[in-house]
Design a protein around this ligand. Sequence first.
Ligand code: TRP
Ligand code: ZN
Length: 857
Amino acid sequence: MSEIRQPKRLVDYQAPAFVIEQTLLRVELDPVATRVYSKLKFRRQTAGSLWLDGQALQLISIRLNDAPLGEDAYQLSDKGLAINEPGDVGILEVVTQLNPEQNTALEGLYLADGVYCTQCEAEGFRRITYYPDRPDVLSVFTTTIVADQAQLPFLLSNGNKIATEQLADGRTAVTWHDPFPKPSYLFALVAGDFDVLADRFVTASGREVVLEFFVEKGKGRRAAFALAALQRAMRWDEQRFGLEYDLDRYMVVAVDFFNMGAMENKGLNIFNSKYVLADEQTATDNDYYHIESIIGHEYFHNWTGNRVTCRDWFQLSLKEGLTVFRDQEFSADMASATLSRIDAVKLIRTAQFAEDASPMAHPIRPEQVLEMNNFYTVTVYDKGAEVIRMLQTLLGRERFTAGHQLYLERHDGQAVTCDDFVQAMQDASGVDLQQFRLWYSQSGTPEVSVTQVYDAAAQQLRLTLTQHTPATADQHSKQPLVIPVKIEILQPQTKLRQQALLVLTAATQEFVIAEIATAPLVVWLEDFSAPVKLHCQYTAEQWLSIAAQASNGFARWDAMQQYWSLMLRQALRSNELPQLSTELLAFYRQLLRQPLQDLALTAELLQLPDFETLAGQYQPIPVDALLDALQHLTLQLATLLQDDFSYCYQQLLFAPYQYQQQQVGQRALRGLCLSYLAHTDAGEELVEQQFQQADNITDQLAALRAGQSAVLAANDSRLSRLAERFADDVQVLDKYFSLVATLPSEQVFTKLEQLTAHPAFSWKNPNRVRALFSAFSLRNPQQFHRADGQGYRLVASVVARLDAVNPQLAARLITPLLSWQRYDQHRQQLLRQLLQQLASGSAMSDDLYEKVSKSLT
Ligand code: TRP
Ligand code: ZN
């Protein structure tokens, strides 16, 4: 890996020399020799040649203004095409040829499972035709698809269908026109045979929109939930942000071969089938939740992303952070506000904090990028959403909404920057956001330490806050940020409570709260009001008091997480196994005998923090001690509270499945109880009973998981019954694969090996690969982190094998191997050695090179 590949830098941004006013495409589909005829109407903006990106393309011909272009008039390389003197305006016609069947990278145009489909974000359009493939070139697209309609009945692209023509050779040509100028990354084309589920939506101003879902034949019924979720999302964006849909048609296509969750192509979303298809037999409550949120996410992009897009890819969080924030607000309104917040915060504390601590650390607006696909990260997306949320917290919902509106009005039809967004927020609110902008450029996890002194005589509460952001791999010196710290002040003696927002802007700051009559207990960082690590020196008893008394469900959950973190830290420090206190047992008993109204929250309160959350609190990570302690606590809770878990479990009655919050809570709590009961003498019977009696996959999976973590004897039998029953249903097989991958025993290696030979498994299908190997590396810490290195070696070999097939997928799978510095010396060595081996192997993709090289320097 001696060569150096040059990243692109934000500071080098230059506006394009030419714009493309119109893009005409004619795509003649063929599995191995698709021809793309493009006709571009260009106009000069500034000096320079006309640059067209192009990758892995076969160039057939070029014509400029109706005449063939001589070979000395352009330069062709493996990165694109430069036309030296095209004039100021003109028409460029280029013909390229490609092989969709061989395209296993799933970027550009690919053919899989008999469906032609495109994925152009971020830089996939350049694999379809030569084009200025950058988000600040906006063009009106007209696309003709030519194919045999007997084989491919549906020929789809963006916008409105304007013509259908029967050709003399029997093929059909269907033409689509999208009136909204858009960058190439939003282009989409789909051709295939599907079940169609259709309905309509009438916008607030009375326009009728046709909604169509295209899914695998035979699965049409399973799109009903997603379709209804889309209708809810459309209504919600009107009501919350005053935003209406703008085309006459909204299409969603579900495909099983897809690199990510979904893609917001204008008027023609393409989804991973995992995030569209749902019925009670094949999708869990959690799947339903994610389907609704991702359907919302892609729909919300129509304004935040499509109508207003990014100037360059460094600005990705402009659309992604904002759209994740919008989908989180939507989920909070549709499902449970508390649970959706818990969900988002878990992700930040596990994956995002881990990314900050990794060689790939970057700010939400990265400054240099080799392979853009590597920057669709939890930092850009989810920390980005937290930054937007902080703006809402600081400005208040009303001024925030006004800023959102001003941003969209001011920049409709433009490609803009994160600075433009903040400027609109500042102009609409009148609040100076100069220092706030640092959140866009500074990487890392800020640590906030708090102390408090109560002066009973003066009835004053003095709060001192300090902030410090440790250096990250990409950035050494850090400055103080604007950190909104929401607090709730409880006065346990009088049951008085009040809320306040402390805005920390300096390294250290003191706040005085007056008129506090009795000794207070402060709930810090309510709702996780900033993406920081908060340190406060509470005792176990204080955490339990907050868990019992805070008015906010999120704060209660957070207090329990802090409680367990403290117990584990103390135990590990003294080298002993953690013991359960009588206070804790009493609190848990109470929750089990009289659950809160919110059953899902009750389940969360009764759940130990997961390994990744705890790992983020240590340097180096005491892998074995943490896993042992967690296992010990689980067994102790199961034993000491068996009667209570059992009582609670029996109270929760089974009802015919509906995806509805009360039932979701019941199932969550039932699953939680069973996960403990599985470790008791009643385990085998209860698990089997639930597995057999359940009328839905949520309860069945809960039973399987409970059995698995308790290593029950009949687990294999249950797993094979599931696999047999759903032998040709990939939605369920993926869950089966993941279950097997999380088996906490050395046998997992043989089983994984066997499953790669399963008829439904394919190395070319990202869902299958992730179901086995992401599940293994992310949710089987015990086997992944084995001291003999077998877990690491398995993942490294999978990565090496996948790089040639699908670099995006390989680069995502390698992530858990990169942060070797976080582990003990022995594991450090194992990991480094594997990374070095990868680096010295044969040609690596840019995707992998960028990550491996960062990890090794
Ligand atoms: N823009 C998409 C979203 O957030 C995600 C996306 C980016 C994507 N690149 C992709 C999806 C590549 C699939 C493949 O909704
Ligand atoms: Zn998105």
